[in-house]
Write a protein that binds this ligand. Sequence first.
Ligand code: SAM
Ligand code: DTB
Ligand code: SF4
Length: 365
Amino acid sequence: MKVNPAYKTKESLLELYNKPLLELVFEAATVHRQFHNPREVQMSSLLSIKTGGCPEDCGYCPQAARYHTDVEAHKLMTVESVVEQAKNAKANGSSRLCMGAAWREVRDNRDFDTVIEMVQAVNDLNMEVCCTLGMMNEDQAKRLKNAGLFAYNHNLDSSREFYGDVISTREYEDRLNTIENARKAGITVCSGGIIGMGEAIEDRIGLLMSYMEMENPPESIPINALVAVEGTPLEDQKPIEQWEMIRMVATTRIAFPEAVVRLSAGRTKMSMEGQALCFMAGAGSIFAGDKLLTTPNPEFNEDKEMFAVLGLIPKEAFADGEKPVSQPDPVIEAKKEQAAQRAKELAEAKTASEGFTPRKVTTFS
Ligand code: SAM
Ligand code: DTB
Ligand code: SF4
């Protein structure tokens, strides 16, 4: 049951969201237990593989070049350093790695070839690999799938109506197309939103309705609370109440019983009790490690203690889907072949020139 037939309309979802809190949590906990092991919570690590300098104008984002934030821009990481970070994340209990790039869109260039190699290398570590690289076309999605990508993250962020108040450099429709391209390539979809950007409750429900209307809704739905970063247009947004996060997690859980609902950005502002209610209400994952992409996240040891206190266990990789097989990338292989051919021709030319004895030139004085 990908969507809950009892909550397919905006009105029914809104009524659900506004239920007395403990009734809502109870209903969500009941649905959660039918479809998931309530003790399991996946630890997922985020890694910003290319940071800052983004041409987009997403009003919440510290990585947009046009806003003056403390984020330092960094070019694409190397495959070796990504593997090192991935091993470290795995050793600390993460079974998924989400690699984020501050790109508007994927381009068919050498950087994308490097990302393909990163996907192959992290999949080889038996971790679920997720990427969030901005917009992408179907061919690019196919290359990622072929490399072993498990999930593609592309958030709708809010309702179609509120979206334009936060982002002007790309359309809601563009986002839906990218999600569709991931789907066509057979990659699982991770897509969710941010609450606390000044939207109305109807916009939170509108976000869920966008997923409800999909032929194939996301397998993974991250719920972020805005991290208001100085220098961004949303820097002065008042933090949301924990209850709002709990309501949003619970409503999402009930509406999409099979999906993994991810308690994502904003946990530094939550108490352990608040987070416990989110787990009760069906959150099945957190981001682990002291940094999200560029902003702080609870320390690893704090989360370890929370898991111990609440009796939670980290979820293994590929519990919700088969491990993809990493295949050689046709573009990289063709480039390698071309380079080998060029090297061979050069070597042959060199050998030929070595056997060549220049004609003696007699000079007359
Ligand atoms: N550039 C790519 C894109 O926009 O699709 C990938 C990286 S982007 C940082 C990934 C997601 O992080 C955004 O879609 C947004 O939902 C979330 N995000 C960014 N800044 C945030 C903030 N300050 N608070 C909460 N979530 C944020
Ligand atoms: C998602 O929904 N949240 C994560 C992940 N998917 C890519 C990103 C949160 C970013 C928070 C702001 C930052 O650290 O830069
Ligand atoms: Fe760029 Fe993504 Fe940030 Fe938007 S959310 S400014 S696209 S990095």
